[in-house]
Design a protein around this ligand. Structure first.
Ligand SMILES: Nc1nc2c(ncn2[C@@H]2O[C@H](COP(=O)(O)OP(=O)(O)O)[C@@H](O)[C@H]2O)c(=O)[nH]1
Ligand SMILES: [Mg+2]
Length: 394
């Protein structure tokens, strides 16, 4: 008869074998995942197939998601939603973070606790089950993210305290300012994005209410060919920016325009930006963006960003990437190069754009309430200015 200590010994050996087998299984799964994404041990280079059938053609485009490790659930929800409503595995994703993405986030493997899983280690894939598209993860270089050393920290911290006292959202948050400056002037310089021309910005926990039946990248590209060689920038929600975050932004924009009139487009969107030819302005922002990164990489925007950055307003105030981008698009592009995607239903936090045209709403199987669309909210939305601009014609 086996003694009790032998039971313990054999039990322990069986446990070690089981745990080892489980780890081998997971390693094998990860290896096959990696092979799928990076055949021949190389990172798969996304291609831009130009098929004969123009419907199958893809633009040189990617989704871009800036996210923290803690936002894995929100990222998964956003990807699932855009995959179901539009992408179906066609366009790739670039995920960026100021810190390395954790293995759990990256390899989409979550270890259930041994107890919970009855000694079986369960790999739970997060992103790979959502899309067969290429997903690349990048770390943001510190010099593209951190507050630059030439910023006067005493002045910046005083400004943060002031905004905190005024209860301005993210008023005392340095990371938020880093994020705004990064999105304004650096994301399109990231190594993983260099190979792409077009991007579609996605945030964790955003919602696309309707089926997106056309390809917005191709739409923009094709219209660009028709109307101009220059890029187009799109947005769906235009919301007034909190004035306290950008008191001197417009003054600095006007200074730039005076110094560089050569960059200001003739048929620009000044009537949208301002009701009085530029004396004061209607600030607007949106975190929905589909745009041509070559515009951000080009001479006008590069000079504009450098001018603004040199004023320190990302830190001495709280300039956001949305007003900086949209002012630049509004000034340096002709208004026909900017497009409002009426049929893309979109929700970010409490702001929702739901297509108001019934035919679009029905065709898109929209899951939003047209009555709740933000577009004509009298207090905050500036879509009415956009409509006024469009009435002026191109
Ligand atoms: N990696 C990283 N991402 C951030 C950080 N702060 C904000 N983000 C991302 O930047 C985007 C905008 O941030 P959010 O908090 O949603 O700002 P809001 O939309 O202006 O309220 C989201 O995609 C966030 O995930 C940060 O400190 N690190
Ligand atoms: Mg957000």
């Amino acid at each position: 008869m086996l003694s009790f200590s032998r039971y313990v010994k054999y039990g322990f050996i069986i446990l070690v074998v089981l745990v080892s087998l489980s780890f081998l299984y997971i390693l094998d799964q990860e290896a096959s995942d990696l092979k799928r994404w990076f055949p021949n041990g190389q990172q798969k280079t996304p291609t831009t197939p130009i098929a004969e059938d123009s419907d199958k053609r893809l633009a040189n485009a990617t989704f871009v998601i800036l996210a923290r490790n803690s936002e894995v659930d929100g990222v998964a929800r956003s990807i699932q939603n855009i995959e179901d409503r539009f992408n179906a595995g066609r366009y790739p994703y670039v995920l960026l973070n100021d810190e390395p993405f954790t293995e759990q986030f990256k390899k989409w493997v979550k270890f259930c606790s041994l107890l919970e899983a009855n000694l079986i280690v369960m790999p739970v894939r997060r992103i790979s089950v959502l899309t067969p598209a290429l997903v690349e993860f990048g770390v943001i270089p510190k010099e593209h993210w951190n507050q630059p050393p030439w910023i006067d920290e005493e002045k910046a911290s005083k400004a943060r305290e002031g905004m905190k006292a005024q209860k301005i959202k993210y008023g005392d948050n340095v990371q938020y300012r880093n994020m705004c400056r990064f999105n304004s002037g650096f994301f399109f310089k990231h190594d993983l994005l260099k190979k792409y021309k077009w991007y579609w910005r996605i945030e964790p926990n955003v919602k696309f209410h309707c089926d997106i039946k056309m390809d917005p990248f191709l739409f923009m590209e094709q219209n660009d060919k028709v109307y101009s060689q220059r890029p187009t920038s799109g947005f769906t929600i235009a919301v007034y920016e909190i004035a306290g975050t950008i008191p001197s932004l417009w003054r600095n924009v006007r200074e730039f325009m005076e110094q560089h009139p050569e960059y200001v487009a003739e048929n620009n969107s000044m009537p949208f930006l301002s009701n009085n030819h530029g004396t004061t302005y209607n600030l607007f922002w949106s975190n929905f963006e589909i745009a041509d990164m070559d515009f951000w990489r080009g001479p006008a925007y590069t000079a504009f960003f450098e001018h603004l950055d040199s004023k320190g307003g990302f830190y001495y105030e709280r300039w956001g990437d949305a007003p900086v981008h949209s002012i630049a698009a509004g000034l340096f592009l002709r208004r026909d190069q900017i497009h409002f995607f009426e049929d893309i239903g979109y929700q970010h936090d409490d702001w929702s754009h739901c297509p108001l045209r019934d035919d679009l709403w029905e065709k898109g199987r929209c899951a939003c309430d047209q009555g709740n669309s933000f577009d004509y909210d009298p207090w905050s939305s500036c879509k009415k200015h956009w409509d006024r601009l469009m009435e002026l014609g191109h």
